[in-house]
Design a protein around this ligand. Sequence first.
Ligand SMILES: [Zn+2]
Length: 103
Amino acid sequence: MNTTEKTTASITLFEPDDAKYLKWVNEHPEGFVLTSNKSLYPKFTVIHKATCDKIKILKAPAKPGGFTERDYIKVYSTNLTDLNTWVLQKRVNGSSRKCSLCF
Ligand SMILES: [Zn+2]
């Protein structure tokens, strides 16, 4: 079964399923993960390396499902430029920043 939704050749938007998301990220450590809220508000739009703990370990008070199943989305790519382009295509005046911990 395909666990992800392909939107372009290099961009993967995860479906709302944290277990599948975490499995995918752990199996693809070479890429980058963009995390944001559903409106892609720039303040919440951050790109991490797929190995970053921030996108793999939920911190209290976050409840299980907090990565992809409620307010937040996750987008995966092996190409950093493609992630930036994706944000600009999805939101007028969109922007993203890099995580200060993993970059
Ligand atoms: Zn990070």
